[in-house]
Design a protein around this ligand. Structure first.
Ligand code: DC
Length: 236
Protein backbone atom coordinates (compact mmCIF):
# COMPACT_ATOMS: atom_id res chain seq x y z
CA UNK A 1 0.00 0.00 0.00
CA UNK A 2 1.28 3.48 -0.87
CA UNK A 3 2.45 5.76 1.94
CA UNK A 4 1.88 8.88 -0.18
CA UNK A 5 -0.94 10.83 1.50
CA UNK A 6 -4.21 11.42 -0.31
CA UNK A 7 -7.06 13.76 0.55
CA UNK A 8 -10.24 12.66 -1.18
CA UNK A 9 -13.04 15.14 -1.90
CA UNK A 10 -16.22 13.49 -3.17
CA UNK A 11 -19.59 15.02 -3.81
CA UNK A 12 -22.28 15.75 -6.37
CA UNK A 13 -21.71 17.75 -9.51
CA UNK A 14 -21.19 21.50 -9.06
CA UNK A 15 -20.65 21.18 -5.32
CA UNK A 16 -17.44 23.17 -5.69
CA UNK A 17 -15.14 20.13 -5.30
CA UNK A 18 -12.93 21.05 -8.24
CA UNK A 19 -12.17 24.58 -7.10
CA UNK A 20 -11.68 23.46 -3.53
CA UNK A 21 -9.39 20.57 -4.56
CA UNK A 22 -7.16 22.90 -6.58
CA UNK A 23 -6.86 25.36 -3.68
CA UNK A 24 -6.19 22.67 -1.06
CA UNK A 25 -3.60 21.14 -3.42
CA UNK A 26 -1.91 24.53 -3.88
CA UNK A 27 -1.88 25.21 -0.12
CA UNK A 28 -0.20 21.86 0.63
CA UNK A 29 1.92 21.60 -2.54
CA UNK A 30 0.08 18.37 -3.46
CA UNK A 31 -0.83 17.11 -6.92
CA UNK A 32 -4.51 17.35 -7.90
CA UNK A 33 -6.64 14.75 -9.69
CA UNK A 34 -9.93 15.87 -11.26
CA UNK A 35 -11.35 12.39 -11.86
CA UNK A 36 -14.54 13.80 -13.38
CA UNK A 37 -12.38 15.20 -16.20
CA UNK A 38 -11.42 11.63 -17.13
CA UNK A 39 -15.06 10.56 -17.45
CA UNK A 40 -15.76 13.76 -19.39
CA UNK A 41 -12.85 12.97 -21.75
CA UNK A 42 -14.26 9.50 -22.38
CA UNK A 43 -17.62 11.12 -23.17
CA UNK A 44 -16.09 13.75 -25.46
CA UNK A 45 -14.01 11.14 -27.25
CA UNK A 46 -17.07 8.89 -27.70
CA UNK A 47 -19.08 11.82 -29.10
CA UNK A 48 -16.33 12.71 -31.56
CA UNK A 49 -15.82 9.16 -32.77
CA UNK A 50 -19.52 8.30 -32.92
CA UNK A 51 -19.44 5.56 -30.25
CA UNK A 52 -22.96 4.80 -29.03
CA UNK A 53 -23.64 5.84 -25.39
CA UNK A 54 -24.90 2.34 -24.53
CA UNK A 55 -22.04 0.34 -26.08
CA UNK A 56 -20.16 -0.63 -22.91
CA UNK A 57 -17.37 -2.57 -24.66
CA UNK A 58 -16.66 0.23 -27.15
CA UNK A 59 -16.76 2.86 -24.39
CA UNK A 60 -14.36 0.78 -22.27
CA UNK A 61 -12.01 0.59 -25.26
CA UNK A 62 -12.19 4.38 -25.55
CA UNK A 63 -11.37 4.70 -21.82
CA UNK A 64 -8.55 2.17 -22.08
CA UNK A 65 -6.78 3.95 -24.91
CA UNK A 66 -7.70 7.52 -23.95
CA UNK A 67 -4.88 9.82 -25.15
CA UNK A 68 -5.40 12.10 -22.14
CA UNK A 69 -2.72 14.39 -20.78
CA UNK A 70 -2.93 16.89 -17.93
CA UNK A 71 -0.42 19.65 -18.62
CA UNK A 72 -0.49 22.48 -16.08
CA UNK A 73 -4.09 23.69 -16.11
CA UNK A 74 -4.74 22.34 -19.64
CA UNK A 75 -6.46 19.03 -20.39
CA UNK A 76 -5.45 17.48 -23.71
CA UNK A 77 -7.10 14.74 -25.72
CA UNK A 78 -4.42 13.78 -28.22
CA UNK A 79 -3.48 17.10 -29.82
CA UNK A 80 -6.87 18.66 -29.01
CA UNK A 81 -7.07 21.16 -26.13
CA UNK A 82 -10.21 19.80 -24.44
CA UNK A 83 -10.02 21.98 -21.31
CA UNK A 84 -13.14 23.97 -22.09
CA UNK A 85 -14.86 21.49 -24.42
CA UNK A 86 -15.31 18.93 -21.63
CA UNK A 87 -17.19 21.49 -19.50
CA UNK A 88 -20.17 21.60 -21.89
CA UNK A 89 -23.35 20.27 -20.25
CA UNK A 90 -23.85 17.73 -23.04
CA UNK A 91 -20.44 16.26 -22.26
CA UNK A 92 -21.09 16.26 -18.49
CA UNK A 93 -24.40 14.50 -18.98
CA UNK A 94 -22.88 11.86 -21.22
CA UNK A 95 -20.01 11.45 -18.71
CA UNK A 96 -22.54 10.60 -16.04
CA UNK A 97 -24.05 7.97 -18.39
CA UNK A 98 -20.78 6.32 -19.44
CA UNK A 99 -19.69 6.30 -15.76
CA UNK A 100 -22.43 3.77 -15.02
CA UNK A 101 -20.56 1.01 -16.87
CA UNK A 102 -18.19 -1.12 -14.72
CA UNK A 103 -15.86 -1.77 -17.69
CA UNK A 104 -15.40 1.98 -18.17
CA UNK A 105 -14.70 2.51 -14.46
CA UNK A 106 -12.22 -0.39 -14.40
CA UNK A 107 -10.41 1.01 -17.43
CA UNK A 108 -9.86 4.33 -15.62
CA UNK A 109 -8.89 2.94 -12.21
CA UNK A 110 -5.13 2.46 -12.70
CA UNK A 111 -4.83 5.82 -14.43
CA UNK A 112 -6.40 7.54 -11.44
CA UNK A 113 -4.21 5.70 -8.94
CA UNK A 114 -1.10 6.68 -10.92
CA UNK A 115 -1.64 10.28 -9.77
CA UNK A 116 -0.69 9.25 -6.24
CA UNK A 117 2.88 10.52 -6.20
CA UNK A 118 4.95 12.40 -3.60
CA UNK A 119 4.50 14.66 -1.81
CA UNK A 120 0.74 13.96 -1.89
CA UNK A 121 -2.51 14.11 -3.82
CA UNK A 122 -5.87 15.81 -3.55
CA UNK A 123 -8.38 13.78 -5.59
CA UNK A 124 -11.92 14.90 -6.34
CA UNK A 125 -14.80 12.91 -7.77
CA UNK A 126 -17.57 10.52 -6.70
CA UNK A 127 -15.73 7.40 -5.51
CA UNK A 128 -12.30 8.72 -4.55
CA UNK A 129 -12.75 7.79 -0.88
CA UNK A 130 -14.86 4.67 -1.38
CA UNK A 131 -13.17 2.87 -4.30
CA UNK A 132 -10.09 4.53 -5.76
CA UNK A 133 -8.20 5.55 -2.58
CA UNK A 134 -9.98 3.73 0.26
CA UNK A 135 -6.91 4.06 2.51
CA UNK A 136 -6.78 7.88 2.20
CA UNK A 137 -5.99 9.43 5.60
CA UNK A 138 -8.52 12.25 5.04
CA UNK A 139 -11.83 11.87 3.25
CA UNK A 140 -14.24 14.75 2.67
CA UNK A 141 -17.80 14.64 1.36
CA UNK A 142 -18.83 18.02 0.02
CA UNK A 143 -22.46 18.79 -0.74
CA UNK A 144 -24.54 21.87 -1.48
CA UNK A 145 -28.21 22.43 -2.23
CA UNK A 146 -29.43 21.88 -5.80
CA UNK A 147 -30.31 25.58 -5.95
CA UNK A 148 -26.85 26.84 -5.08
CA UNK A 149 -25.19 24.25 -7.31
CA UNK A 150 -27.40 25.24 -10.24
CA UNK A 151 -26.32 28.88 -9.88
CA UNK A 152 -22.66 27.88 -9.55
CA UNK A 153 -22.87 25.78 -12.71
CA UNK A 154 -24.70 28.64 -14.45
CA UNK A 155 -21.85 31.02 -13.64
CA UNK A 156 -19.22 28.46 -14.65
CA UNK A 157 -20.88 27.92 -18.04
CA UNK A 158 -21.41 31.63 -18.76
CA UNK A 159 -17.77 32.33 -17.79
CA UNK A 160 -16.67 29.69 -20.31
CA UNK A 161 -18.78 31.27 -23.06
CA UNK A 162 -21.55 28.60 -23.09
CA UNK A 163 -25.22 29.57 -22.96
CA UNK A 164 -27.10 28.40 -19.86
CA UNK A 165 -30.66 28.25 -18.60
CA UNK A 166 -31.17 28.01 -14.85
CA UNK A 167 -34.35 25.89 -15.00
CA UNK A 168 -32.77 23.41 -17.38
CA UNK A 169 -29.68 23.28 -15.16
CA UNK A 170 -31.71 22.53 -12.03
CA UNK A 171 -33.39 19.68 -13.85
CA UNK A 172 -30.08 18.35 -15.25
CA UNK A 173 -28.44 18.43 -11.83
CA UNK A 174 -31.30 16.53 -10.24
CA UNK A 175 -31.15 13.88 -12.98
CA UNK A 176 -27.39 13.53 -12.69
CA UNK A 177 -27.58 13.29 -8.90
CA UNK A 178 -30.10 10.48 -9.28
CA UNK A 179 -27.91 8.64 -11.81
CA UNK A 180 -24.67 9.12 -9.81
CA UNK A 181 -26.19 8.04 -6.48
CA UNK A 182 -28.36 5.19 -7.72
CA UNK A 183 -25.94 3.34 -10.01
CA UNK A 184 -24.89 -0.07 -8.78
CA UNK A 185 -21.19 0.40 -9.41
CA UNK A 186 -19.32 2.88 -7.18
CA UNK A 187 -22.34 5.08 -6.41
CA UNK A 188 -21.90 8.55 -5.00
CA UNK A 189 -22.05 8.26 -1.20
CA UNK A 190 -19.95 9.46 1.73
CA UNK A 191 -17.00 7.17 2.44
CA UNK A 192 -16.84 5.66 5.89
CA UNK A 193 -15.29 8.18 8.25
CA UNK A 194 -15.65 11.05 5.78
CA UNK A 195 -15.91 14.58 7.10
CA UNK A 196 -19.11 16.05 5.64
CA UNK A 197 -19.65 19.65 4.74
CA UNK A 198 -22.61 21.50 3.21
CA UNK A 199 -21.04 24.41 1.35
CA UNK A 200 -24.31 26.04 0.16
CA UNK A 201 -23.76 29.20 2.14
CA UNK A 202 -19.99 29.06 2.53
CA UNK A 203 -17.39 31.06 0.62
CA UNK A 204 -14.82 28.81 -1.03
CA UNK A 205 -12.00 30.00 1.24
CA UNK A 206 -13.95 28.83 4.31
CA UNK A 207 -14.40 25.37 2.77
CA UNK A 208 -10.67 25.24 2.00
CA UNK A 209 -9.91 26.40 5.55
CA UNK A 210 -12.11 23.66 7.04
CA UNK A 211 -10.35 20.97 5.00
CA UNK A 212 -6.89 22.27 5.88
CA UNK A 213 -7.97 22.27 9.53
CA UNK A 214 -9.06 18.63 9.29
CA UNK A 215 -5.81 17.77 7.55
CA UNK A 216 -3.84 19.32 10.43
CA UNK A 217 -5.95 17.30 12.91
CA UNK A 218 -5.37 14.08 11.01
CA UNK A 219 -1.64 14.68 10.96
CA UNK A 220 -1.58 15.55 14.64
CA UNK A 221 -3.53 12.40 15.43
CA UNK A 222 -1.12 10.32 13.33
CA UNK A 223 1.79 11.90 15.20
CA UNK A 224 0.08 11.17 18.52
CA UNK A 225 -0.33 14.87 19.37
CA UNK A 226 -4.07 14.55 20.06
CA UNK A 227 -6.47 11.68 20.47
CA UNK A 228 -8.16 9.88 17.59
CA UNK A 229 -10.21 11.50 14.84
CA UNK A 230 -13.37 12.29 16.87
CA UNK A 231 -14.93 15.45 15.49
CA UNK A 232 -18.50 16.65 15.48
CA UNK A 233 -18.46 16.99 11.70
CA UNK A 234 -17.20 13.47 11.01
CA UNK A 235 -19.68 11.11 9.43
CA UNK A 236 -18.46 8.19 11.54
O1 DC B 1 -17.46 15.96 -11.35
P1 DC B 1 -17.94 16.05 -12.79
O2 DC B 1 -19.26 16.75 -12.93
O3 DC B 1 -16.88 16.63 -13.68
O4 DC B 1 -18.13 14.53 -13.26
C1 DC B 1 -18.74 14.20 -14.50
C2 DC B 1 -19.39 12.83 -14.39
O5 DC B 1 -18.39 11.81 -14.29
C3 DC B 1 -20.29 12.61 -13.18
O6 DC B 1 -21.63 12.96 -13.43
C4 DC B 1 -20.15 11.14 -12.87
C5 DC B 1 -18.80 10.77 -13.41
N1 DC B 1 -17.79 10.57 -12.37
C6 DC B 1 -17.76 9.36 -11.74
O7 DC B 1 -18.62 8.51 -11.99
N2 DC B 1 -16.79 9.08 -10.83
C7 DC B 1 -15.88 10.01 -10.52
N3 DC B 1 -14.92 9.72 -9.63
C8 DC B 1 -15.90 11.27 -11.14
C9 DC B 1 -16.90 11.54 -12.05
Amino acid sequence: MSTVPVITIDGPTASGKGTVAVRVGAALGFHVLDSGAMYRLVALSALRSGVAPDDEAALAAVADTLPARFVGDRILLGELDATDLIRAEAVGNLASKVAVFPAVRDALLARQRAFRTAPGLVADGRDMGTVVFPDAPLKVFLTASVESRAWRRHKQLIDKGFSANIDALRQDLAERDARDTQRRNAPLKPAEGAFQLDSSAMPVEDVVGAILGWWAQVQDAAAGVVGSSGDAAAAG
